[in-house]
Design a protein. Structure first.
Length: 107
């Protein structure tokens, strides 16, 4: 709701949406909640996108078309990536332990 002061000396205002001209009351405080509503709508879209991201079959919020299951594919690659490095560390530990136990094995 936008209000324009027509005559500030006698407190006459006009509502831009309806075109109503009236006297402004001194006992009321007017607050413009349109920016707050816009931020709430933006926050609601982000919350819905976050909620949908918990299901790996849904696409992300700002993405190209036909990108369904992108989270599921990323989850598989993440498991493969970390599994490779963890297996590599275990193999290194086993090789070092075998070298300490059987030093003649690696000559």
């Amino acid at each position: 709701m936008y209000v324009v002061k027509i005559c500030p000396e006698i407190d006459v205002v006009m509502d831009v949406d309806s075109g109503l001209v009236a006297e402004m009351r001194k006992d009321m405080f007017m607050v413009d909640i349109i920016p707050v509503e816009e931020r709430i709508k933006k926050l609601e879209t982000l919350v819905n996108a976050f909620e949908k991201s918990l299901d790996p079959r849904n696409p992300p919020l700002n993405t190209f078309p036909n990108r369904d299951r992108v989270y599921e594919i990323a989850g598989h690659f993440k498991g493969l990536f970390f599994g490779f490095w963890i297996a590599l560390v275990f193999m290194l530990i086993i090789i070092v332990a075998l070298y300490k136990i059987f030093p003649g094995l690696f000559r």
